[in-house]
Write a protein that binds this ligand. Structure first.
Ligand code: SAH
Ligand code: MG
Length: 212
């Protein structure tokens, strides 16, 4: 199912890296999860400026649930000053650090999704440590270093409900295509755990479901 063209246009104007065909696949997977585990909340780990959040938030509205969008909004280690994907516009000059929260907030507001997206500002492992509610859908697109990826696997994937979905972004089996940690520290361990099976592949997006 393709996202509404107006929202799609807005998502395209939002800062970030997720290509439209992957966003649409994420949207479709989330709608399936909403039907499979009705009423369960969803979590996105790594929202940046809210681009993927808009796709997921729209699906949450349709599914009648809520997306908790977790990000410290200080940028990943690979996005800091001097790195390839660094964007000067997202620096808070007063503190000299990245701050993508204003951009995130704007995207969620402009998409009309404030009733369906709850921003959680903080470090992913800290939030995960205190999380207890089973999730219908979990999207992991946070820090792509070895330790952050491992932390997200360990901290969040146990919370996916039976029948629920785990989606992982930036999974690159071929090192020539991109960094390894989402593949080696999240995707492979999820399959090896026996808890998840692969459902679909769209670009670098992997959608897995937890056995019921
Ligand atoms: N999903 C977004 C892109 C996310 S970029 C999109 O497709 O549009 C990765 C994000 O993860 C960054 O915003 C960064 O701040 C966040 N992040 C990285 N490590 C984190 C951590 N340990 N805790 C919380 N957020 C983290
Ligand atoms: Mg990504």
């Amino acid at each position: 199912m393709l996202i509404d063209p107006v929202l799609r246009g807005l998502a395209l104007a939002t800062k970030g890296f997720m290509p439209p065909h992957e966003g649409d696949a994420l949207h479709a997977a989330a709608l399936d999860a909403g039907a499979a585990v009705p009423g369960a909340p969803w979590v996105e780990v790594g929202s940046y400026c809210g681009r993927s959040t808009v796709w997921l938030g729209d699906a949450a509205r349709t599914a009648g649930t809520v997306l908790f969008a977790v990000d410290h909004h200080r940028g990943s280690e690979e996005n800091q000053s001097g790195w390839e994907h660094h964007d000067i516009e997202v620096i808070d000059q007063r503190v000299g650090k990245m701050d993508t929260l204003p951009f995130f907030r704007r995207a969620v507001h402009d998409a009309g999704l404030e009733d369906h997206v709850v921003g959680v500002v903080g470090r992913s492992p800290i939030v995960a440590h205190h999380w207890t509610t089973p999730l219908g859908f979990l999207f992991i697109d946070g820090g792509h270093g070895v330790q952050p990826a491992r932390d997200d696997f360990e901290g969040w994937t146990p919370h996916v409900a039976r029948g629920g979905t785990l989606a992982i972004h930036d999974v690159f089996p071929d090192p020539a295509d991109g960094g390894r940690p989402p593949y080696e520290q999240i995707y492979l361990p999820a399959l090896a755990s026996g808890r998840f099976e692969l459902v679909s592949v769209t670009g670098s997006l992997r959608v897995l479901t937890r056995a019921g």
